[in-house]
Write a protein of this length. Structure first.
Length: 587
């Protein structure tokens, strides 16, 4: 029996699983024929769970125990400002765990966001195995392009909980481009506009036959259709208070029922000019009925959704700027995600790019299909070699707690660095490579000579990566939009005599100010041989693989020995005190 690799779009609102059979991608349905599965988990008091489409009804019946949109919290810390805003909109309690990450508190048990995603993946695995009639253990799983190291790490942990070996994490827009262009021998620039339930991504790609090179990516992990739903819910709450004098905003069950109504209104307004709805609720603490009759025009809906769409357009401008392109240089526009069915979204995006979007693909399924295509190619053939990376090097001095005084040269704005610096900060020879596409032309020639090869994906890192220096400034080690995989090396020296330990805070973000970025965790170097300050030089190499995952190694340049390195990630759900393993995935 041949080995199959499934492609999974693990979405905020919905998830989809696909596979390639006899060369054709197939979206796998459940026993009821559903191809799209709500990313919901309902917890019974006895520990059993209900998932997917069958969990949907429990969202209204028992909202306090029906978890949805867990992806918006995955890999985040409880203190994250965006998490703080989200906590007030959910009908289920969210508390802080011992490691500083958020937990869903249900029946005296704490469940991490990746545990919820793990259950959803376990469910999808069961759907696939029932449909295919064989075990399924390998997967390519998609993530928003804007996901950082902590969110990707948490997604991989969720996959492990769900019983999957992840062959590759692939960015959702890149997967959509793969489904759009694989095998079509296209040579064009494509913009993938991906607006889902909870996240937004825009990715600009260059397609050269089966080479998919990401030119830039940008996004927002807290922007999507959920935000539009929440505006409609608030409008209905305001109408109840105005008509009856009751403030129902603190009634979580009411908010959840109104959210279901808001989703229906949003869907109906995608094909109608107006909708009329009657909603019945009860006065708090009584059986007194509160009946709200209201109508909503598409124009009024558009006003409430406009700021979400405006924010996405500003992000598109950023992606074009980073890619160094004008709108007119985009050949095709592909819309991905259920929220792109909203007419206002289609109109504004078409107006911005000056292109009619591609309409012959299913926005709910295309990401999963692209992941399945990549999964099949990983099994059938060995991928073509990735382009090599050129390290950016620099120098810095650090104390025992990781405070740096850096004299490294500023990182050039180009996504492909021009210079390197050797120990002692003596500039090396400058190698101009920004306009040199010979490696890409060579790769394309290899693909044409061996058409049986699978697609080659050249993705980028969405956020710069760096360490904190004195004065609250981030010393950038890996620049934004650098091609993956990559390696960057920095040389550090101790700041006091006989220093044996260093702690470096690691940050991700696109600002030089630490306060504007997110701390991923910290890098700890120990067992440093004692020596005079500044004479102990340590080479620290940061590696980011094709999944966007960070690995670090350190070498004592005096002895050539590897130093002990520990990279602890903030808010990945792996802290002590909340054991959570695959045995807890009760169906």
């Amino acid at each position: 029996m041949s080995e199959l690799v499934v492609g999974i779009d693990l979405g905020t609102s919905n998830s989809v699983i696909s596979v390639v059979l006899e060369g054709e991608p197939i979206v796998i349905p459940d026993a009821d024929g559903n191809r799209v599965h709500p990313s919901m988990v309902y917890f019974r008091e006895d520990g059993r769970t209900v998932l997917g489409n069958r969990a949907r009804q429990h969202r209204v019946e028992d909202p306090a125990h029906t978890i949805y949109s867990a992806k918006r919290l995955i890999g985040r810390s409880f203190s994250d400002p965006d998490v703080k805003l989200l906590r007030g909109s959910f009908p289920f309690p969210i508390v802080e765990a011992a490691d500083g990450s958020p937990r869903f508190h249900l029946y005296d048990q704490l469940h991490p966001p990746e545990g919820i995603s793990g259950r959803m993946l376990h469910y999808l695995r069961g759907v696939a195995q029932e449909y295919l009639g064989q075990p399924v253990t390998k997967a390519v799983i998609t993530v928003p392009a804007n996901f950082d190291e902590g969110q990707r790490r948490a997604t991989k942990r969720a996959a492990s909980l769900g019983g999957f070996e992840v062959l590759r994490l692939i960015n959702e827009p890149t997967a959509a481009a793969l489904a759009y262009g694989h095998g079509e021998q296209k040579r064009e620039r494509v913009a993938i506009y991906d607006l889902g339930g909870g996240t937004f991504d825009i990715t600009i790609l260059q397609l050269r036959n089966d080479i998919f090179e990401v030119l830039s990516t940008a996004g927002d992990s807290y922007l999507g259709g959920d935000d539009i739903d929440n505006r409609l819910v608030q409008a209905m709450l305001n109408a109840f208070e105005k008509q009856y004098g009751y403030d129902l905003s603190g009634e979580m069950a009411v908010r959840q029922r109104l959210k279901v109504v808001a989703e229906q209104v949003k869907h109906n307004l995608s094909s109608r000019d107006s909708v009329s709805v009657q909603v019945t609720e009860y006065a708090p603490g009584s059986l007194h009925e509160l009946v709200l009759d209201f109508s909503l025009s598409r124009e009024a809906f558009d006003r409430r959704a406009a700021d979400v769409v405006d924010q996405s357009i500003r992000t598109c401008e950023d992606a074009l700027r980073v890619a160094g392109l004008q709108r007119a240089e985009i050949d095709h526009l592909v819309l991905v995600g259920g929220s792109t069915r909203i007419p206002l979204v289609q109109q504004r995006v078409q107006q911005f790019f000056g292109r009619r979007p591609v309409l012959d693909i299913n926005p709910d399924e295309v990401v999963s299909i692209g992941a399945a295509i990549l999964g099949a190619s990983l099994v059938e053939v060995q991928q073509a070699p990735e382009p090599s990376s050129w390290p950016v090097m620099g120098g810095a001095t650090m104390d025992t707690e990781g405070n740096l005084s850096s004299n490294a040269p500023p990182v050039p704005p180009s996504s492909r660095p021009r210079t390197s610096t050797q120990p002692g900060n003596k500039p090396a020879a400058v190698v101009e490579i920004d306009n040199d596409d010979s490696w890409l032309e060579s790769l394309e020639a290899q693909q044409q000579a061996r058409p049986s090869r699978g697609p080659v994906l050249i993705d980028v890192i969405p956020h710069a990566l760096g360490v904190e220096t004195v004065g609250g400034v981030m010393d950038i080690i890996v620049e934004r939009n650098a091609s993956l995989p990559l390696e960057r090396t920095r040389y550090f020296s101790t700041s006091r005599d006989d220093q044996t330990r260093v702690v470096l805070p690691i940050f991700s973000g696109n600002s030089r100010r630490i306060e504007d970025n997110r701390q991923l965790g910290q890098l700890e170097l120990t067992e440093i041989p004692p020596g005079p300050r500044e004479e102990v030089s340590i080479e620290v190499t940061f590696e980011i693989d094709t999944d966007g995952m960070l690995n670090v190694r350190a070498t004592d340049l005096r002895t050539g020995t590897q130093q002990f390195v520990r990279l602890s990630i903030t808010g990945d759900g792996g802290g002590s005190g909340d054991a959570y393993d695959a045995s807890e995935l009760l169906m």
